[in-house]
Design a protein around this ligand. Structure first.
Ligand code: ZN
Length: 290
């Protein structure tokens, strides 16, 4: 998009590209309650989207925990992608229906870190997120999803949904190299010290595992390759689920930033136009942007 400005002193029209107005897609971050520091992470999530030049970003902040939610009605349908940084009280039925209709009808959704713990009893939410944890989730929620011997295994072993050992650096391994989000990324890349989510379980319908990390038992893990970057097809909509990023500190990791930025674009449009940056990490050493 361009703007024409009349410059009287020079008697000419200057045609200026205005980058803020040029952002082709609209994103909405939803927050307001979370067992995590949403006030610390939302500004980073917003800045990272704006940095791509692809998104203008709004934030919808719910009332605090325990307060009246009846007026919380974000206009999801006005956006190309909704990023959930929300985990807390139930939304009004109309708001839930609006999100389901939006994604079902072709909208994009990004499920970020502890958003996977939200709404354990909202069936459509669990269908959209694919896998979740905590909130009393167990085998009733669906299978664990494991990567074993080169393929996805749905494991119905009874047990808790959601867990992790102490924060630790870990390496992600791409399992779906031909997806637009992962195309061109190195097969293995290091992330900073972060929570390595494990034992997630859920309906896991129409779910693709883009990347996993191995969670060693001696570091509090499951001894499995845990799915950490995923996509879910929900109706005509696209969902990108990223389990990384405990606090704003972990969001400085290029192994978070690039999949997040690419995943948001894919959720919004079905394509990824962003180039893989030169600072993308290899298999051994994490990279951080200040
Ligand atoms: Zn966390």
């Amino acid at each position: 998009m361009t703007h024409r400005h009349w410059l009287p002193a020079m008697g000419i029209w200057a045609v200026l590209a205005v980058s803020a107005l040029a952002a082709p897609h609209k994103a909405l971050i939803v927050d307001g309650q979370n067992g995590h520091d949403w006030k610390g992470t939302t500004p980073s999530l917003k800045k990272l989207l704006e940095e791509t030049g692809l998104f203008s970003v709004d934030v919808a902040t719910s009332p605090p925990k325990g307060e009246d939610m009846s007026g919380f009605r974000p206009d999801f349908a006005a956006y190309d992608v909704v990023v959930s940084n929300y985990q807390g009280d139930e939304w009004p039925e109309e708001t839930k229906k609006a999100l389901v209709d939006y994604v079902q009808g072709g909208g994009g959704l990004v499920v970020y870190h502890f958003a996977c713990a939200a709404f354990p009893n909202w069936e459509e939410y669990n269908d959209m997120t694919g896998l979740g944890g905590w909130g009393g989730r167990n085998e009733q929620a669906g299978p664990y999803v494991r990567w074993r011997d080169g393929k996805i295994v749905r494991d119905m072993t009874p047990g808790r949904g959601g867990g992790h050992g102490p924060s630790q650096p870990f390496q992600l391994i791409i399992r779906e190299p031909n997806h637009p989000i992962t195309a061109g990324l190195p097969e293995k890349f290091m992330h900073v010290s972060d929570e390595l989510y494990g034992w997630l379980r859920g309906p896991a319908k129409n779910l693709a595992v883009l990347a996993t990390a191995f969670a060693p038992k001696e570091k509090g893990g499951s001894d499995e390759h845990e799915p950490l970057l995923m996509t879910i097809q929900y109706g005509k909509g696209r969902v990108f689920h990223i389990a990384l990023g405990h606090t704003a500190e972990e969001l400085k990791s290029v192994a978070f930033i690039v999949p997040y930025q690419r995943g948001a674009e894919w959720a919004a449009t079905g394509k990824v136009t962003q180039k893989v940056p030169d600072d993308f990490p290899g298999p051994d050493e994490a990279r951080v942007r200040e």
